[in-house]
Design a protein around this ligand. Structure first.
Ligand code: ZN
Length: 160
């Protein structure tokens, strides 16, 4: 799915923001560092051969488990000291496995923007919906069409 999504829609994203220069993923406290299973998803990202992205690591930050829950915080993550300056002025692609409330992906974006990233794109493989969360109940109610991988996240049209 990651390879297909980036192969089909990577050029659509690139037409708007340019290709991503940097690649990272959303870490967790239980799997910090490059042993996180999401790394295997990030390895499937398709980028043109002349655009090989720099890989950087985010780490759980001091606000990782702090309230407000299900809301983004810039300090939920931090950029590893090894990669200080590596995102400045660059477009960063953040890979995550699941979008639940969006707070982790958006928190990663805030961290990267604070570190100087010019653009951040978050790409998730799955969307988790809970019928007992009011905002999710509304989304579930409005779902009328099955998932279409050719539906473009940039244009809203169909890509091939
Ligand atoms: Zn597209």
């Amino acid at each position: 799915m990651m390879a297909a999504a980036t192969a089909v829609h990577g050029p659509c994203i690139a037409r708007v923001t340019g290709w991503w220069d940097v690649l990272t993923f959303v870490p967790s406290r239980s799997h910090p560092g490059p042993s996180h299973p999401v790394v295997n998803l990030a390895r499937q990202v398709v980028t043109p051969p002349d655009k090989t992205p720099t890989r950087v690591l985010l780490e759980p930050g001091p606000g990782y488990d702090e309230p407000p829950y299900r809301a983004p915080r810039r300090d939920r993550f931090r950029l590893s000291d090894t990669f200080e300056g590596a995102v400045s002025g660059r477009h960063v692609l953040v890979v995550d496995d699941t979008w639940v409330s969006g707070d982790k992906g958006q928190s990663a974006a805030l961290t990267l923007k604070a570190a100087g990233a010019s653009t951040v794109t978050v790409l998730c493989v799955a969307r988790w919906l809970r019928a007992d969360w009011p905002d999710h109940e509304d989304l579930i109610t409005r779902l009328e069409q099955p998932y279409d991988p050719l539906c473009c996240p940039v244009s809203g049209g169909t890509c091939e």
